[in-house]
Write a protein that binds this ligand. Sequence first.
Ligand SMILES: Nc1ncnc2c1ncn2[C@@H]1O[C@H](COP(=O)(O)OP(=O)(O)O)[C@@H](O)[C@H]1O
Ligand SMILES: [Mg+2]
Length: 261
Amino acid sequence: MRKAIAVHSYKGGTGKTSIAANLAALMAIEGVNVCLLDYDFRAPSIQVLFKVRAQKTINDFLEERCSLTDVLLDLSDKYQADGHLYVGCASSTTESLRDMMTKDRRWEMRALHRTLSAKNKLYDDLGVEYIIFDTSPGVSYSSINALASSDFIILVSKMDEFDMEGTKELVHGIYDTLGRRTGLLLNKIPMEQFPLGEGRKELEESISKIFNLPFLGVIPCYCDIQADGGRSLIAFEQPKHPFTQGLSEVMVKVQDHLKRL
Ligand SMILES: Nc1ncnc2c1ncn2[C@@H]1O[C@H](COP(=O)(O)OP(=O)(O)O)[C@@H](O)[C@H]1O
Ligand SMILES: [Mg+2]
């Protein structure tokens, strides 16, 4: 399998980074070689989440100061994962955050070409089987580049009205144009609204109809994860946590979709 997945959403705080990072962790635990790339240049989080300090960042790669393989950190030993877990971090200095906001369309087109050609190197030279892009919410150029570089998009939404409306607009405005296969994942659903049994099936059917997208799952809002504030990698630290179990089911569905491409 040589496939790229982007995790995206309309709004911030839906759980993109948590989902992208834990999905990468789950794949590595399963013995799959995976590469997680931080394409959220507005709010990079991968360095904090994995507690690493990158000497070179994806910003350096996109500025043509190094190759993508120079940026990657192999964390398989740190987490004792069977598969390779490579992570590519984005720079979180104020200067870099500002700098990335000033990029014009031409620079972004070059960045897209660089990303597309680097993907092949990851597959061929490092034996990467899955690339996972974490993205900024909405329609920033860097997110569009990550979506355009992917074979499948996991569109994450909460169940609030703003998020659902914006997500609908994203599907019509961007995804239909890009023509990428997309699956919808509802995350952070308040426990009291979390449906069980028949109720869950009904919710899945109505959401699939509203968005005209296949449904990947519903993950409740877990107070302990919320309180933790995104500091730990649940998949490694708590493999039996229902968040980890729910995400494992999502992973199987995503892999099924990718097999059918
Ligand atoms: N299912 C969940 N239950 C509770 N908290 C969650 C869940 N998913 C994510 N979070 C928390 O929500 C916050 C935002 O998540 P994050 O992954 O950073 O979102 P994004 O990348 O979309 O901005 C983090 O504190 C994270 O731990
Ligand atoms: Mg994020």
